[in-house]
Design a protein around this ligand. Structure first.
Ligand SMILES: Cc1cc2nc3c(=O)[nH]c(=O)nc-3n(C[C@H](O)[C@H](O)[C@H](O)COP(=O)(O)O)c2cc1C
Length: 166
């Protein structure tokens, strides 16, 4: 991965997968890293992957993307403030230009992720993005099976984009 967070293939046209994540203490990032690793392994050079912290991602990144993976902790029954900030900045610039964008979602919490999940889905519904795979939700300590579910999500999203399914 180079300095701007682009993990592979910056030159050729082709499906671009944007990963927008936030993590304060690393537990959400661990899930994100596994999803990105699996996405990279699954799609190879066929999908260009750009990984950005939510505070660094903006409208140009969303307009670049043919698919998005959102990864957030649950904070105060909502998505992280960072991901909310991302949505506040991209919503209007992207509203009329990204309808139908396929996305996947990972939410990590300690006790209850339902509010975080629905907060993301409310906004993506407004944007008319399409969640193309079931969300990966992790409550409490991350188990190996949770990391595997994150890998499966990343790999399936990238492979589906490479195959033109999403
Ligand atoms: C301010 C704050 C609010 C939180 N609110 C929730 C919550 O509403 N639901 C929940 O399940 N976990 C909540 N948590 C726990 C975090 O979601 C959880 O520890 C998560 O794994 C943190 O991710 P990170 O390690 O990537 O920063 C909260 C944590 C903090 C610091």
């Amino acid at each position: 991965m180079d300095g701007d967070g682009t993990a592979s293939g910056t030159g050729a046209p082709g499906p671009n997968l944007l990963v927008v994540f936030h993590s304060r203490t690393g537990s959400t990032q661990a899930l994100c890293d596994r999803a990105v690793g699996a996405a990279t392994a699954a799609a190879g050079d066929e999908v260009h992957i750009r990984v950005l912290d939510a505070f660094s991602a903006g409208p140009d990144d969303v307009l670049w993307a043919h698919g998005i993976l959102l990864v957030t902790p649950a904070n105060f029954g909502y998505m992280s403030g960072a991901l909310k900030d991302f949505f506040e900045r991209v919503y209007h610039p992207c509203l009329e230009r990204t309808a139908g964008l396929p996305y996947g979602l990972v939410v990590k919490g300690d006790t209850d992720v339902d509010g975080a999940l629905s907060s993301v889905e409310r906004i993506t519904t407004g944007l008319r993005w399409r969640r193309v795979l079931p969300p990966v939700t992790v409550v409490g300590a991350t188990a190996p099976s949770d990391l595997e579910r994150a890998e499966e999500l990343g790999a399936t999203l990238a492979a589906g984009m490479a195959a033109g399914i999403f």
